[in-house]
Design a protein around this ligand. Structure first.
Ligand SMILES: Cc1ncc(COP(=O)(O)O)c(C=O)c1O
Length: 352
């Protein structure tokens, strides 16, 4: 998170906007928190250019909970949904969807595991199922470092459902094509344990089954994301993060910065003569997560351990994929990436 946002949040813990009471201590039904919630909704809508056709919900629980809630709220018994599998997160979403609605058909039109998740599918590789209610995809694949450069094609009458956890507000979204977009908080929105769910309002009316209220998007919408005590600090942090992104120039500027950062890393990888090997194909490389390997696992380990000694921490790849992963979320400053690239050159010189 940007240091200035962390400092703001530190102040808000002690005293929220001159009330003399911190954000954690305010009642969630009193005017100071009303202002936080309204501010967060308004700022999120302005930042993302989210149209009135879509409702914004703050739902307790991470993106993993949405893997269950999405089919429960959108997929009728016996219904069909497409789930192209492009990374470990989509694989988990498929398992959860099958458990959530056991008698629905969860079709996997593209099995990325077969190509070590090295690309996202073209339309030809990902046939849409006739009659599907929705196509669930993950626009940025956090682990293997691939990213959709265009929207996947879904069946006539179906909507797109996007897990945008690792890229929300880093590039514009075509809301007209999306029935639902969701993201967990911990990357571009601040705090883990809450998700933003942006859902077309008509889908709320068409829920296929009666659900317990905490599992129902319609119930969250009806209660204005306050069925119970909401994750007040996570909502507040999301507001501060959205305000920061607006101040910095909005989604267009976030997109420009993502490309500037990623170009530095990918160019270094491409110029390394094969010392650094990307996990993803060049046509769909992510500008958020640069995932790559060195010639062997020992060097991978030495790389991230030595980098940590130089103050560049958190580079070990995901535990299921190994290798190295440089995650460059919206608040990652360019000098941090310049330091990484300098380290990559030096590491290759001494170990290549
Ligand atoms: C694309 C994607 N989806 C889902 C998740 C899971 O999020 P959570 O841990 O909040 O459940 C992550 C976490 O990194 C992610 O990157």
């Amino acid at each position: 998170m940007p240091e200035e946002v962390l400092r703001e949040l530190g102040g808000d813990l002690l005293d929220l906007e001159g009330t003399g009471i911190g954000i954690l201590e305010h009642s969630h039904r009193q005017p100071p928190f009303d202002r936080v919630l309204e501010g967060a909704l308004d700022c999120c809508r302005r930042l993302g250019g989210i149209p009135d056709s879509h409702e914004i919900l703050f739902v307790p629980g991470g993106a993993t909970l949405q893997f269950t809630l999405i089919p429960l709220n959108l997929l009728p018994d016996g219904g069909v949904a497409d789930y192209p599998d492009t990374d470990i997160w989509t694989a988990k979403a498929i398992v959860e969807a099958r458990d959530a609605v056991p008698n629905a058909q969860i079709v996997v039109p593209f099995e990325g595991k077969r190509c070590a998740y090295d690309h996202v599918p073209s339309d030809a590789e990902c046939p849409a199922s006739k009659g599907a209610v929705y196509l669930h995809y993950c626009s940025n694949n956090t682990v293997h470092g691939t990213q959709y450069q265009r929207l996947p094609r879904c069946a006539d009458g179906a909507v797109l459902v996007n897990d945008a956890s690792s890229e929300i507000f880093s590039r514009p979204m075509d809301w007209s094509k999306h029935g639902l977009v969701y993201a967990s908080g911990q990357k571009n929105l601040g705090v883990a344990g809450m998700s933003v769910v942006i859902i077309r309002r008509d889908l709320l009316q068409r829920a296929p089954r009666k659900l317990p209220s905490m599992l129902s998007y319609a119930a969250h919408a009806k209660a204005g994301s306050r069925i119970n005590t909401p994750p007040n600090f996570a909502i507040h942090a999301l507001w501060r993060m959205c305000q920061w992104m607006v101040r910095e120039g909005g989604v267009g500027e976030m997109e420009r910065r993502s490309h500037a950062r990623a170009t530095l890393v990918w160019e270094t990888i491409d110029a390394s003569g094969g010392f650094y090997t990307p996990l993803g194909q060049a046509s769909c490389r992510s500008v958020i997560n640069a995932s790559f390997r060195l010639p062997n696992a020992q060097l991978d380990q030495r790389f991230w351990k030595d980098a940590a000694k130089d103050g560049i921490d958190g580079l070990a790849g995901h535990r299921e994929a190994g290798g190295i992963r440089a995650s460059m979320y919206n608040s990652c400053p360019l000098p941090a990436v310049e330091a990484l690239v300098a380290f990559m050159h030096e590491f290759k010189r001494t170990n290549g």
